[in-house]
Design a binder for this molecule. Structure first.
Ligand SMILES: [Zn+2]
Length: 254
Protein backbone atom coordinates (compact mmCIF):
# COMPACT_ATOMS: atom_id res chain seq x y z
CA UNK A 1 0.00 0.00 0.00
CA UNK A 2 2.73 2.43 1.04
CA UNK A 3 4.77 1.52 -2.04
CA UNK A 4 1.83 2.15 -4.37
CA UNK A 5 1.30 5.50 -2.70
CA UNK A 6 4.96 6.43 -3.18
CA UNK A 7 4.83 5.51 -6.86
CA UNK A 8 1.66 7.55 -7.24
CA UNK A 9 3.33 10.61 -5.67
CA UNK A 10 6.38 10.15 -7.86
CA UNK A 11 4.26 9.92 -11.01
CA UNK A 12 2.32 12.97 -9.91
CA UNK A 13 5.56 14.97 -9.47
CA UNK A 14 6.81 13.80 -12.88
CA UNK A 15 3.53 14.86 -14.47
CA UNK A 16 3.78 18.30 -12.84
CA UNK A 17 7.39 18.77 -13.98
CA UNK A 18 6.50 17.62 -17.51
CA UNK A 19 3.50 19.93 -17.67
CA UNK A 20 5.48 22.89 -16.33
CA UNK A 21 8.27 22.21 -18.83
CA UNK A 22 5.85 21.92 -21.72
CA UNK A 23 4.08 25.14 -20.78
CA UNK A 24 7.32 27.11 -20.37
CA UNK A 25 8.56 25.70 -23.67
CA UNK A 26 5.49 26.63 -25.69
CA UNK A 27 4.90 29.99 -23.98
CA UNK A 28 8.51 31.06 -24.52
CA UNK A 29 7.96 31.06 -28.30
CA UNK A 30 4.42 32.42 -28.37
CA UNK A 31 5.96 35.89 -28.66
CA UNK A 32 2.99 37.65 -27.08
CA UNK A 33 5.20 39.27 -24.47
CA UNK A 34 8.81 40.29 -24.31
CA UNK A 35 10.81 37.27 -23.13
CA UNK A 36 13.18 37.99 -20.22
CA UNK A 37 16.65 36.48 -20.64
CA UNK A 38 18.55 36.44 -17.34
CA UNK A 39 22.33 36.43 -17.51
CA UNK A 40 24.34 34.94 -14.63
CA UNK A 41 28.11 35.30 -14.44
CA UNK A 42 30.44 32.58 -13.15
CA UNK A 43 34.22 32.61 -12.67
CA UNK A 44 34.86 29.17 -14.19
CA UNK A 45 38.60 28.81 -13.54
CA UNK A 46 38.84 30.82 -10.34
CA UNK A 47 41.37 33.16 -11.98
CA UNK A 48 41.95 36.79 -11.03
CA UNK A 49 41.56 37.70 -14.70
CA UNK A 50 38.04 36.22 -14.82
CA UNK A 51 37.16 37.77 -11.45
CA UNK A 52 38.22 41.25 -12.63
CA UNK A 53 36.45 40.84 -15.93
CA UNK A 54 33.20 39.64 -14.34
CA UNK A 55 33.03 42.62 -12.01
CA UNK A 56 33.51 44.99 -14.99
CA UNK A 57 30.51 43.61 -16.90
CA UNK A 58 27.22 45.51 -17.12
CA UNK A 59 23.94 44.72 -18.84
CA UNK A 60 25.04 46.96 -21.77
CA UNK A 61 27.66 44.36 -22.70
CA UNK A 62 24.86 41.93 -23.59
CA UNK A 63 22.43 44.39 -25.16
CA UNK A 64 23.60 43.59 -28.72
CA UNK A 65 21.63 40.33 -28.32
CA UNK A 66 18.44 42.31 -27.76
CA UNK A 67 19.11 44.37 -30.89
CA UNK A 68 19.95 41.21 -32.88
CA UNK A 69 16.66 39.53 -31.95
CA UNK A 70 14.65 42.71 -32.56
CA UNK A 71 16.20 43.36 -36.00
CA UNK A 72 15.84 39.74 -37.08
CA UNK A 73 12.24 39.57 -35.85
CA UNK A 74 11.48 42.68 -37.88
CA UNK A 75 13.00 41.06 -41.00
CA UNK A 76 10.47 38.26 -40.58
CA UNK A 77 7.65 40.77 -40.13
CA UNK A 78 7.20 40.12 -36.42
CA UNK A 79 5.90 42.86 -34.12
CA UNK A 80 7.88 44.44 -31.32
CA UNK A 81 6.48 41.84 -28.90
CA UNK A 82 8.67 39.20 -30.52
CA UNK A 83 11.62 40.46 -28.55
CA UNK A 84 13.76 39.67 -25.55
CA UNK A 85 14.88 41.70 -22.57
CA UNK A 86 18.35 41.03 -21.25
CA UNK A 87 18.62 41.18 -17.46
CA UNK A 88 21.84 40.87 -15.53
CA UNK A 89 21.27 38.45 -12.65
CA UNK A 90 24.69 38.94 -11.09
CA UNK A 91 27.65 36.76 -10.16
CA UNK A 92 27.15 33.19 -8.88
CA UNK A 93 29.89 31.71 -6.69
CA UNK A 94 28.85 28.09 -7.37
CA UNK A 95 29.85 25.99 -10.39
CA UNK A 96 27.06 24.30 -12.38
CA UNK A 97 27.31 20.54 -13.01
CA UNK A 98 29.56 19.75 -15.99
CA UNK A 99 27.89 18.01 -18.95
CA UNK A 100 29.07 14.43 -19.64
CA UNK A 101 31.93 14.13 -22.13
CA UNK A 102 30.64 11.97 -25.03
CA UNK A 103 27.88 10.82 -22.69
CA UNK A 104 25.16 8.35 -23.66
CA UNK A 105 21.48 9.30 -23.68
CA UNK A 106 20.93 8.32 -20.02
CA UNK A 107 23.95 10.35 -18.86
CA UNK A 108 22.80 13.37 -20.85
CA UNK A 109 19.26 13.17 -19.43
CA UNK A 110 20.65 12.77 -15.89
CA UNK A 111 22.89 15.80 -16.41
CA UNK A 112 20.01 17.85 -17.85
CA UNK A 113 17.91 17.13 -14.75
CA UNK A 114 20.85 17.92 -12.43
CA UNK A 115 21.48 21.16 -14.33
CA UNK A 116 17.82 22.20 -14.01
CA UNK A 117 17.86 21.39 -10.31
CA UNK A 118 21.07 23.34 -9.85
CA UNK A 119 19.68 26.34 -11.77
CA UNK A 120 16.49 26.31 -9.72
CA UNK A 121 18.45 26.41 -6.45
CA UNK A 122 21.24 28.81 -7.41
CA UNK A 123 19.57 31.57 -9.41
CA UNK A 124 16.51 33.74 -9.13
CA UNK A 125 14.41 35.67 -11.59
CA UNK A 126 11.97 38.53 -11.05
CA UNK A 127 8.42 38.53 -12.38
CA UNK A 128 6.00 35.97 -13.82
CA UNK A 129 5.93 33.92 -17.00
CA UNK A 130 8.60 31.84 -18.75
CA UNK A 131 12.11 33.23 -18.46
CA UNK A 132 15.40 32.05 -19.87
CA UNK A 133 18.47 31.61 -17.68
CA UNK A 134 21.88 31.82 -19.30
CA UNK A 135 24.84 30.79 -17.13
CA UNK A 136 28.05 32.23 -18.56
CA UNK A 137 31.25 30.50 -17.47
CA UNK A 138 34.25 32.78 -17.91
CA UNK A 139 37.76 31.48 -18.55
CA UNK A 140 41.07 33.38 -18.60
CA UNK A 141 42.16 33.08 -22.29
CA UNK A 142 45.83 32.88 -21.20
CA UNK A 143 45.08 29.65 -19.32
CA UNK A 144 42.43 28.10 -21.58
CA UNK A 145 43.05 28.23 -25.32
CA UNK A 146 40.08 26.13 -26.41
CA UNK A 147 36.72 26.20 -24.72
CA UNK A 148 34.62 23.08 -24.20
CA UNK A 149 31.24 22.89 -25.91
CA UNK A 150 28.43 25.04 -24.60
CA UNK A 151 24.89 23.77 -24.14
CA UNK A 152 21.41 25.19 -24.43
CA UNK A 153 18.54 23.19 -22.98
CA UNK A 154 15.07 23.70 -24.36
CA UNK A 155 13.67 21.80 -21.40
CA UNK A 156 14.02 24.21 -18.52
CA UNK A 157 15.03 27.16 -20.76
CA UNK A 158 18.61 27.02 -19.53
CA UNK A 159 21.91 27.75 -21.24
CA UNK A 160 25.38 26.87 -19.98
CA UNK A 161 27.91 28.78 -22.04
CA UNK A 162 31.72 28.77 -21.92
CA UNK A 163 33.22 32.16 -22.85
CA UNK A 164 36.50 34.04 -22.67
CA UNK A 165 37.09 36.64 -19.95
CA UNK A 166 38.39 39.25 -22.36
CA UNK A 167 37.14 42.61 -23.58
CA UNK A 168 38.46 41.75 -27.08
CA UNK A 169 36.29 38.62 -27.18
CA UNK A 170 33.11 40.22 -25.83
CA UNK A 171 31.42 40.65 -29.23
CA UNK A 172 32.27 37.12 -30.32
CA UNK A 173 31.08 35.82 -26.93
CA UNK A 174 27.68 37.37 -27.73
CA UNK A 175 27.51 35.27 -30.93
CA UNK A 176 28.02 32.10 -28.87
CA UNK A 177 25.56 33.20 -26.17
CA UNK A 178 22.90 34.06 -28.79
CA UNK A 179 23.42 30.63 -30.43
CA UNK A 180 22.91 28.80 -27.11
CA UNK A 181 19.99 31.07 -26.21
CA UNK A 182 18.27 30.09 -29.47
CA UNK A 183 18.78 26.41 -28.56
CA UNK A 184 16.67 27.06 -25.44
CA UNK A 185 13.86 28.15 -27.79
CA UNK A 186 14.13 24.96 -29.84
CA UNK A 187 16.48 26.03 -32.63
CA UNK A 188 18.73 23.21 -33.88
CA UNK A 189 22.38 23.20 -34.97
CA UNK A 190 22.98 23.74 -38.68
CA UNK A 191 26.58 22.67 -39.14
CA UNK A 192 28.26 19.37 -39.98
CA UNK A 193 29.53 17.93 -36.67
CA UNK A 194 32.42 16.19 -38.43
CA UNK A 195 33.80 19.26 -40.21
CA UNK A 196 32.12 22.22 -38.43
CA UNK A 197 31.13 23.49 -41.92
CA UNK A 198 27.69 25.15 -42.18
CA UNK A 199 25.11 22.86 -43.79
CA UNK A 200 23.51 23.95 -47.05
CA UNK A 201 20.87 25.36 -47.33
CA UNK A 202 19.67 25.79 -43.71
CA UNK A 203 23.08 26.81 -42.30
CA UNK A 204 23.56 29.52 -44.92
CA UNK A 205 22.43 33.06 -44.07
CA UNK A 206 21.68 33.63 -47.76
CA UNK A 207 21.21 30.30 -49.59
CA UNK A 208 20.06 32.14 -52.75
CA UNK A 209 23.24 34.21 -53.08
CA UNK A 210 24.91 34.03 -56.51
CA UNK A 211 27.64 33.02 -56.52
CA UNK A 212 26.81 31.04 -53.38
CA UNK A 213 30.29 31.31 -51.84
CA UNK A 214 31.73 33.19 -50.11
CA UNK A 215 28.75 34.06 -47.92
CA UNK A 216 28.81 37.47 -46.22
CA UNK A 217 26.93 36.56 -43.05
CA UNK A 218 26.78 33.61 -40.67
CA UNK A 219 23.52 31.81 -39.98
CA UNK A 220 23.45 31.96 -36.17
CA UNK A 221 22.75 28.23 -35.67
CA UNK A 222 25.50 27.28 -38.12
CA UNK A 223 27.76 29.56 -36.08
CA UNK A 224 30.17 30.38 -38.88
CA UNK A 225 30.28 32.14 -42.25
CA UNK A 226 31.15 29.73 -45.06
CA UNK A 227 33.83 31.15 -47.37
CA UNK A 228 34.30 28.03 -49.50
CA UNK A 229 33.26 24.36 -49.38
CA UNK A 230 35.98 23.71 -46.80
CA UNK A 231 36.52 27.03 -45.02
CA UNK A 232 34.33 29.00 -42.64
CA UNK A 233 35.05 31.81 -40.19
CA UNK A 234 33.50 32.74 -36.86
CA UNK A 235 31.72 36.09 -37.15
CA UNK A 236 33.38 38.95 -35.27
CA UNK A 237 30.07 40.07 -33.82
CA UNK A 238 26.30 39.66 -34.09
CA UNK A 239 26.39 42.35 -36.80
CA UNK A 240 27.76 39.61 -39.07
CA UNK A 241 25.10 37.03 -38.17
CA UNK A 242 21.51 36.43 -39.30
CA UNK A 243 18.65 34.12 -38.41
CA UNK A 244 17.90 31.86 -41.40
CA UNK A 245 14.49 30.59 -42.52
CA UNK A 246 14.73 27.20 -40.83
CA UNK A 247 15.77 28.70 -37.49
CA UNK A 248 12.99 31.31 -37.80
CA UNK A 249 10.53 28.42 -38.30
CA UNK A 250 11.89 26.55 -35.29
CA UNK A 251 11.42 29.54 -32.98
CA UNK A 252 7.90 30.10 -34.29
CA UNK A 253 8.53 33.28 -36.26
CA UNK A 254 7.11 31.86 -39.50
ZN1 LIG B 1 24.61 24.51 -30.96
Amino acid sequence: MFKAFRIFILLFVFALVALGTWRAKTHSVEWKHTLPVNIFLINADGSAVAADYLSSLAVENFKPMEAFMRDEAARYGRTSNASIEIRLGGIIAMQPPAPPHNGNVVEVIAWSLKMRWWAYHNSETVGPGPQVKMFLLYFDPAQTKRLAHSTGLQKGLIGRVNVFASRDMAKQNNVVIAHEFLHTLGATDKYDVATNQPLFPDGYANPDLKPLLPQHYAEIMAGRTPLSQTEAITPASLDDALIGNKTAQEINWL
